[in-house]
Design a protein around this ligand. Structure first.
Ligand SMILES: Nc1nc2c(ncn2[C@@H]2O[C@H](COP(=O)(O)OP(=O)(O)O)[C@@H](O)[C@H]2O)c(=O)[nH]1
Ligand SMILES: [Mg+2]
Length: 210
């Protein structure tokens, strides 16, 4: 049986480029990262049911700050309501065409500062375009994130653009190429596919850490 899970009270909290600008929320954090244009902001908006929460851009490389959003996952189980407060973190995208070596390095020092100085980071979600499951640049990000020791979740985005047999095949490729703490999830911001599974993984991972 599927659980009745919703994100409620989503709020933009702050943007940061350095750790002294990170908000002090004392909330467990779930961070999203991946190539520019892979669908990070759209995923956050669709999880929260709020269109303009994280900016969505057709132009790659727009989000150059770390953006923090507070929210709660509400679970209804008959008459009982449980709430899990959390912070969603939208990290800058990597690998857009015009970014050369230097910019890429900047990205990684930026992200590694966040990963190493966030004691409440509970899960890293690496978003990969489900149509292109084997890009070298995603492999580099994976290698690096897998070594961080933080719970890793692979998300195959824009799943509405694939037929169901392609979806299955490419998810299997993601699982084989990028083994993580739990299996890859197909996600569509348009169709909201994958939403419940992800929310369930978020609350389970947060609960496990407590
Ligand atoms: N068809 C489809 N398009 C999507 C989906 N998610 C994002 N997009 C589109 O992909 C583009 C980039 O999305 P955005 O969320 O800004 O990516 P970000 O750079 O990773 O934050 C936008 O034009 C979105 O409308 C999805 O699930 N399905
Ligand atoms: Mg974005």
């Amino acid at each position: 049986m599927t659980r009745d899970l919703q994100i409620i009270n989503p709020k933009y909290v702050a943007s940061a480029v350095r750790k002294d600008q990170y908000p002090e929320l004392s909330l467990p954090e779930i961070a999203f990262l991946g190539r520019s244009n892979v669908g990070k902001s759209s995923l956050i908006n669709s999880l929260c049911n709020q269109r303009g929460l994280a900016r969505v851009s057709g132009e790659p490389g727009k989000t150059q700050t770390i953006n923090f959003f507070s929210a709660e996952i509400r679970e209804k189980d008959h008459d009982e309501v449980m709430r899990t407060p959390l912070c969603l973190v939208d990290l800058p995208g990597y690998g857009f065409a015009r970014a050369g070596g230097k910019k890429r390095q900047m990205w990684s020092s930026f992200i590694s500062e966040y990963i190493t100085s966030s004691p409440r980071l509970r899960m890293l979600c690496l978003l990969i375009d489900l149509r292109h499951p084997g890009l070298a640049i995603d492999g580099q990000a994976y290698d690096w994130l897998a070594a961080s020791g933080v719970h890793l979740q692979i998300i195959g985005t824009k799943s509405d653009k694939l037929k169901s047999n392609e979806k299955k095949k490419n998810l299997a490729i993601l699982d084989a190429m990028f083994p993580a703490d739990s299996s890859a999830v197909a996600y569509s911001a348009l169709k909201k596919e994958g939403r419940e599974v992800l929310l369930e993984r978020f609350i389970n991972t947060i609960a496990d850490a407590e």
